[in-house]
Design a protein around this ligand. Structure first.
Ligand code: GDP
Ligand code: MG
Length: 177
């Protein structure tokens, strides 16, 4: 996962937001270290993880911030959003409430972040299709209306996690170039 001695052309801060237990930390673990844990403890302490990828022959260091269990409404501070150029707004496809809270998260994000921030809506736990509570079409429609990218992912099965990050990072890259 990247040669540590390589020179860095860009550093992009991306924040993970969304209700507790939707899989934010596991999505990050999958992307940054290719790891997954089924009994992940609530996130404590760790502010961000990084992974460097190459886009159009430039090295882009993604600095991905994870909420330290601050998912209660309005508990995420403005320092968390400061300087973010990308955001991944995550819900759990098996928990309707986590999708119903998406507009709140979006409002909070838009209140704190740069107006050009690139946002992707992520329906995680797509491996639990038999417990699905949020139809893909509902989320797709919402994302379209709000101008967000949208993907369903599974951190467990490693489905679309890489694509989700690459979508955000490439869009940011194109914007600054
Ligand atoms: P966070 O509070 O949003 O950071 O959520 P976590 O990453 O801690 O995940 C909460 C729980 O959901 C943990 O038990 C994870 O193992 C589980 N989980 C996370 N992603 C997935 C997934 O894609 N599929 C399944 N089946 N479980 C997941
Ligand atoms: Mg967490």
């Amino acid at each position: 996962y990247g040669d540590p001695s390589q020179k860095i052309d860009y550093v992009f801060k991306v924040v993970l937001i969304g209700d507790s237990a939707v899989g934010k930390s596991q999505i990050l673990a999958r992307f940054a270290r290719n790891e997954f844990s089924l009994d992940s403890k609530a996130t404590i302490g760790v502010e961000f993880q990084t992974r460097t990828i190459v886009i159009e022959h430039k090295s882009v260091k993604a600095q991905i911030w994870d909420t330290a269990g601050q998912e209660r409404y309005r508990a995420v501070t403005s320092a968390y959003y400061r300087g973010a150029v990308g955001a991944m707004l995550v819900y759990d496809i098996t928990k309707r409430q986590t999708f119903d809270h998406v507009p709140r998260w979006l409002e909070e994000l838009r209140g704190h972040a740069d107006k050009n921030i690139v946002i992707i809506l992520i329906g995680n736990k797509s491996d639990l299709e038999n417990q699905r509570a949020v139809p893909t079409e509902d989320a797709k429609e919402f994302a379209q209306k709000e101008g967000l990218f949208f993907l369903e992912t599974s951190a467990l099965e490693s489905t679309n996690v890489e694509t989700a990050f690459l979508t955000v990072l490439t869009e940011i890259f194109n914007f600054v170039n």
